[in-house]
Design a protein around this ligand. Structure first.
Ligand code: ARG
Length: 469
């Protein structure tokens, strides 16, 4: 195969083949072509070309008539592609040559003027930036949707009690609303990361040409503005065509979001399992087993959990491609799009799935409350009470409480199951007033420190988060 002498076409490429006698081998054509992937850039490619030709006309680099013909042709191509009429041809390599070739078919030789003062290197850079910029906005909107769903459920369950865990051991009771709001915090930071990346990539590389700029009197401010780049044109032509930081930042933000989603997914999977029974996923978000008729599996959550691997893989893949590449453009960089497109599609699915599950899951309050009451979850409250009411140093209070836990364990009850006499026998400073703090309700209600789990705090946090949305 590697010595395959079969020519893919008998003639050299019509767009760059002037110095070639023969066409590429079929395998060369296959490894070289990216149309199967970068056809997704067609809108941005046509948008970029229209801005470019309008600028060329304004600067007197092409005539007004040629520019008008080119623009009209480009609009026709956009209509055709929107209709699904893009005909893929490996010999035409990528979306840029497809559009240009089609333009020539439609308007004739004037099409050849479009590529004045431009290279595919700055062309692909601008197309891809436009695409990734839009992807950041999409991620933001989807994150906002998930946050909104979480806020609704958090409000509904501001008072619902569940166990809070450390080491996946019952630690202290918390409110479900507080737990859900933890994800609102994570996902809000994710929105910040996409917004930040988007702001940084908001500069237009068009006009950098192949790598060195151009001798034509182009107006890069004009194209930057026409294409909606708030930061104006990029400042260094070499960097403009060789930078893929923007794609990596997008992948990095995607990875972090995926990581958060995977933690939430993991919790849903655990919560849905029978020994926990904290949640029931509706039919719409469950799947069955082909052998065990009773099964109801949280497959969507499991796949969201798995996708975290794909996101990290995408980031790793592209950073490895970029690492060590000399300035400026190298064809390695063509491999940037497949990773970003796949991550984008997966992210959209993950966010939509999580939004669907969060919005419709049933929380089994009784199960959660019972679990919250297990594992001596209010032991810290007892120790804190000894500090507060009896002025016992915390370390000593910790020790006394440990004895109470031991006694309760031996008796087979929770802390509230010890009698007043039994408690007083452990330490006479424990009076029946301690009952005020031993219930899970009292425990969560008392956690009013800023950022704490008390229902009142949760409601305040929801209000603040809604205002920020
Ligand atoms: N399809 C190419 C890419 O995505 C476009 C740029 C090609 N430039 C070149 N000098 N061959 O990277």
């Amino acid at each position: 195969m590697s010595n395959d002498p079969t020519p893919g076409s008998n003639t050299a490429n019509s767009l760059w083949g002037g110095r070639f006698g023969a066409g590429p081998s079929a395998i060369m054509q296959e490894i070289n072509a990216s149309i199967g992937v970068d056809k997704r850039l067609w809108r941005q490619d046509i948008q970029g070309s229209r801005a470019h030709v309008a600028m060329l006309a304004k600067q007197g680099i092409v005539s007004a008539e040629d520019a008008a013909a080119i623009d009209k042709g480009l609009q026709q191509i956009a209509a055709e592609y929107a209709d699904g009429k893009l005909v893929e041809n490996l010999a035409l390599e990528d979306i840029h040559l497809h559009v240009e070739t089609r333009l020539k078919e439609i308007i004739g030789p004037a099409a050849g003027r479009l590529h004045t003062a431009r290279s595919r290197n700055d062309q692909v850079a601008v197309d891809f930036r436009l695409w990734v910029k839009a992807a950041c906005a999409e991620a933001d909107a989807a994150l906002k949707g998930l946050i909104t769903a979480l806020l609704t459920r958090a409000e509904e369950h501001a008072d619902t009690i569940m166990p809070g865990f450390t080491h996946l051991q019952v630690a202290q009771p918390v409110t479900l609303g507080h737990h859900l709001m933890a994800y609102v915090e994570m996902l809000s930071r994710d929105r910040g990361r996409f917004a930040d990346a988007q702001r940084r990539m908001d500069e237009c590389p068009l006009g950098a040409a192949a790598l060195a700029g151009t001798s034509f009197p182009i107006d890069r401010q004009m194209t930057a503005k026409a294409l909606g780049f708030a930061g104006g044109p990029t400042r260094n032509s070499l960097d403009s065509v060789s930078d893929r930081d923007f794609a990596l930042e997008y992948l990095s933000a995607t990875h972090m979001t995926g990581l958060h989603l995977s933690r939430l997914a993991e919790e849903m999977i655990i919560w849905a399992s029978q020994p926990f029974g904290f949640i029931t996923l509706p039919d719409a978000w469950s799947t069955g087993s082909s052998i065990m008729p009773q099964k109801r599996n949280p497959d969507a959550a499991e796949l969201v959990r798995a996708k975290a691997g794909a996101f990290l893989g995408a980031y790793t893949r592209l950073s490895t491609v970029m690492k060590g590449l000399p300035l400026a453009y190298s064809k390695d960089m063509q491999d940037d799009k497949v990773t970003v497109f796949a991550a984008h599609d997966d992210l959209g699915l993950c966010l939509a799935s999580m939004t669907g599950m969060v919005g419709t899951v049933t929380f089994n309050k009784a199960k959660m409350r019972a679990a919250a009451n297990s594992g001596f979850s209010t032991a810290t409250d007892l120790a804190d009470w000894l500090v507060r009411v009896a002025n016992v140093p915390f370390r000593e209070a910790h020790e006394i409480t440990g004895h109470c836990v031991k006694a309760a364990e031996a008796k087979g009850t929770d802390l509230n199951g010890l009698t007043d006499a039994e408690l007083a026998a452990i330490d006479k400073r424990i009076t029946k007033k301690v009952r005020d703090v031993l219930s899970v309700e009292a425990s969560v209600a008392s956690r009013t420190s800023f950022g704490g789990t008390a229902p009142a705090n949760v409601r305040a946090a929801i209000t603040a988060a809604r205002a920020k949305l």
